[in-house]
Design a protein around this ligand. Structure first.
Ligand SMILES: C[S@@+](CC[C@H](N)C(=O)[O-])C[C@H]1O[C@@H](n2cnc3c(N)ncnc32)[C@H](O)[C@@H]1O
Length: 277
């Protein structure tokens, strides 16, 4: 299958959302700046969506046994690392942001290991292997998929599993998808303006108001994920689409809103395993 790429991953242009000028910051610097805001958002145990939907869903997909070694890739301030450690896994967290790693260490006990490295770097965690690698809500923040997937293949023990969760790339594309209301049919619908092109979308990270205070979301169509996984030697053996656990306050549109929330998934979860050599 051929991929139509208007902007190949790794060559996307980043611009400041305020100035429109090209942004020069490395991902580590971008996330260092956002670390305090993100830590306050997620806290010790996770955001509402993480606790209700993402954490238990990813745990089930990973099919772990007590004592398994798990790499929490792009672990942020370590919220899922702690969740897994409490369930008796041996956890290593890796993140490109020193500030995130600092928050992770300060919020976790010493049985958890945290490493500062770029998930795309071929030298990251050389010689280390794991029963599972998990990457939650972060691949969409990483510029190049293929080097990450090659590393994942290298890090997995035979029989190991890779589980990734992103906001759903078909329905949740920043600035390109929106809820709409059809008054005639009385339905809430999801409008998708652009899907097939890869793009880099700057996202302001409050409460930082300076012009360069933003992170970048890399939108990719589903086929980009499948291509990178396959090229790296990983085979998708599980796919789930998770909806929001929330419901609307009673009101005229509540029934339609709840139905739309259940019909149109919020998160995509993929599990992949190494191809047999
Ligand atoms: C939205 S946060 C998600 C953090 C965590 N997985 C969670 O669920 O709370 C995205 C994380 O990806 C990290 N990140 C971005 N680019 C990265 C890279 N190239 N290598 C490793 N981590 C990266 C950021 O530093 C940030 O901590």
């Amino acid at each position: 299958m051929k991929t139509k790429k208007t902007r190949p991953s790794g060559k996307s242009k980043k611009t400041s959302p305020r100035t429109g000028k090209p942004a020069s910051k490395k991902p580590s610097a971008v996330w260092d700046q956002a670390a305090q805001w993100y830590d306050a958002l997620v806290g010790l145990k996770g955001s509402e969506y993480q606790k209700a939907v993402i954490f238990p869903g990813a745990l089930q997909l990973m099919q772990l046994k007590k004592g398994d070694a798990v790499l929490d890739l792009a672990c942020g301030q370590g919220v899922y690392s702690r969740y897994l450690s409490q369930r008796k896994m041996k956890v290593t967290g890796l993140d490109t942001s020193e500030e995130m790693i600092r928050f992770a260490q300060s919020r976790s006990d010493s049985s958890l290991r945290f490493e500062h490295a770029d998930a795309q770097a071929p030298q990251a965690l050389q010689g280390k292997t794991f029963d599972a690698v998990v990457c939650l809500l972060a691949l969409q923040n990483i510029e190049s998929l293929l080097p990450v997937m090659r590393n994942v293949k290298r890090w997995l023990k035979p029989g190991g599993r890779f589980v990734m969760v992103t906001t759903h790339p078909c329905f949740r594309i920043p600035r390109q998808t929106h809820w709409g209301w059809d008054e005639q049919k009385k339905i809430q619908y999801r409008r998708v303006d652009l899907y097939g092109s890869e793009s880099a979308i700057p996202i302001l990270t409050p409460p930082f108001a300076q012009s360069q205070s933003f992170t970048v979301t890399y939108h990719r169509p589903l086929q980009s994920y499948f291509q990178a996984l396959t090229e790296a030697g990983l085979c998708v053996d599980g796919l789930e689409e998770w909806t929001s656990h929330k419901t609307s306050e009673p009101g005229r549109r509540a029934k339609a809103e709840n139905r739309a929330r259940q019909e149109i998934p919020l998160f995509l979860a993929l599990r992949a395993v190494p191809w047999a050599d």
